[in-house]
Design a protein around this ligand. Structure first.
Ligand code: SDX
Length: 431
């Protein structure tokens, strides 16, 4: 029988505290500590190692088994059978769309793929060599100054139109961030293309000639987007929820999520993994970097390895590795030295006691950079593409939070370790 309550007892004989245990559909039960504060004691969990920040029906992860479900559907089945807009619909509305719903959803998204023409000026305020993530943080945040007709976060219709605007415009914003780096003209979206084809068109086409997207690469790109769409309460999603919990508008909330994703411990790891592989350069240097990764005096970590939740292979990494084979074969790059180096590094790490004992496996970021680099996407755009994909998860989680009448502003407490109360000392009396 599962426990229904937990009791905290104190070694000084203080009155024990009883707390209810809540059970979800799947996964760990949680001890409901919401009333704990009135007993004059808090829990302490920097980094949220064992803390559920909310309840959610969107994504479930079993870290021990390496399972990832979106609204109950295994990621393997979604990656194999869906396109990104179908998964976005699933995340946002709770169900895969039927044929009519898919047509309607796609048509609504296509109606918002262009940016307000004044927004092009925001791009031009950046240096040409600005990192695409810096540009995306700025442009997405400034959407609050252009689309303020639908920012009442408590209005379901406003939430949906803002969600559609973000889903529709992120590929345009990401692609234009790249075009701006290149000094090439912005390519406007063409709604005859599907989501991935449109992004590839805006990234790689020029006004000088027609662009025909490679269907194999477009399908692989849809799969890459699906694999990055949502992932429970990760750092950037938790950021979007915390920012949004104050009632902040969806554009400001997603801009904060992009900022959090940029970190190399999070979404920035895909770019950092490629940089690391390029630095390793050759199989003969792998041991040197494995040694550094194990050296506590060295801040270096093996990029693309380890995960807060997965204590097994990240199911997305396995699918991404398969996608690597397909894309490299399509491009005749089976002997891509970077891919071979990654495979050798993965093999060595997975046989090394340090990684095995800590259950450090490749995560989604380990292979994604190799696939995107093979597709002609520069390292600096990897996290921007992660952000465009994760927008689907961010707005689904943001919308779920705002549609919960019980949700409150997020306001953690702390363990204070500073000075006890003391009086002011005039400067002439200070040591
Ligand atoms: C993503 O949360 C999500 O769901 C994120 C994500 C998503 O879809 O949103 O899945 C996307 O962010 C994937 C992770 C991408 N990051 C990287 O690949 C960067 C490299 N990985 C690490 O920085 C690390 O593994 C984290 C940040 C991912 C997880 O760190 P944790 O959970 O805080 O783990 P930890 O730092 O407590 O590590 C436990 C032990 C430590 O050693 P000991 O103190 O036990 O001796 O494992 C070691 C760590 O030093 N360790 C690593 C390592 N990762 C953990 N050692 C070397 N190389 C690594 N990569």
């Amino acid at each position: 029988m599962k426990p229904t309550k937990a009791t905290i007892t104190f070694d000084n004989g203080a009155t024990p505290i009883e707390l209810p245990i809540l059970t979800g559909t799947l996964g760990n039960d949680v001890i409901d500590i919401r009333t704990l504060g009135k007993h004059g004691i808090y829990t302490y969990d920097p980094g949220f190692m064992a803390t559920a920040s909310c309840s959610s029906a969107i994504t479930y992860i079993d870290g021990e088994q390496g399972i990832l479900l979106h609204r109950g559907y295994p990621i393997e089945q979604l990656a194999e059978n869906c396109d990104f807009l179908e998964v976005s619909h699933l995340l946002l509305h709770g169900e895969l769309p039927n044929a009519e719903q898919k047509m309607d959803f796609t048509s609504r998204i296509n109606g918002h793929t262009m940016l307000h023409d004044q927004l092009t000026n925001i791009f031009r305020g950046f240096r040409r060599d600005a990192h695409p993530m810096a540009v995306m943080i700025g442009v997405v945040g400034s959407m609050s100054a252009f689309y303020f007709d639908s920012m009442d976060v408590y209005n379901p219709e406003h939430r949906m139109i803002s969600a559609y605007r973000l889903l529709a415009k992120m590929p345009t914003i990401a692609a234009w961030s790249y075009k701006y780096n290149l000094g090439q003209p912005f390519m406007y979206p063409k709604n005859k293309f599907n989501y991935a084809e449109n992004f590839m068109h805006m990234m790689f086409a020029t006004p000088c000639e027609d662009y025909v997207p490679n269907q194999i690469l477009a399908k692989a790109f849809e799969r890459i987007l699906i694999l990055h769409a949502d992932h429970e309460q990760n750092a950037s999603t938790s950021t979007v929820r915390l920012v949004g919990s104050s009632g902040a508008n969806p554009f400001a909330s997603v801009s904060a999520g992009i900022a959090s994703l940029w970190g190399p411990a999070h979404g920035g790891a895909n770019e950092a993994t490629l940089t690391m592989l390029e630095e390793i350069g050759d199989v003969s240097r792998i041991d040197e970097f494995i040694k550094r990764a194990k050296d506590k005096s060295d801040s270096f970590r093996l990029m693309g390895f380890g995960h807060r939740v997965y204590r097994n292979m990240d199911p997305r990494a396995a699918i991404m590795r398969k996608t690597c084979y397909e894309v490299l074969a399509e491009l005749g790059l089976q002997d891509d030295p970077m891919f071979k180096l990654a495979m050798a590094l993965e093999k060595i790490a997975l046989e090394d006691e340090y990684f095995v004992s800590r259950k450090l496996y490749p995560n989604v970021d380990f292979y994604s950079g190799i696939v995107m680099r093979a597709m002609g996407i520069p390292n600096s755009m990897f996290t921007a593409i992660f952000a465009l994909a994760r927008t689907a998860g961010w707005i689904a989680q943001w919308s779920e939070m705002n549609s919960d009448p019980e949700h409150k502003i997020g306001r953690p407490r702390q363990l204070y370790t500073g000075e006890a109360k003391r009086d002011f000392v005039p400067i002439n009396l200070r040591d």
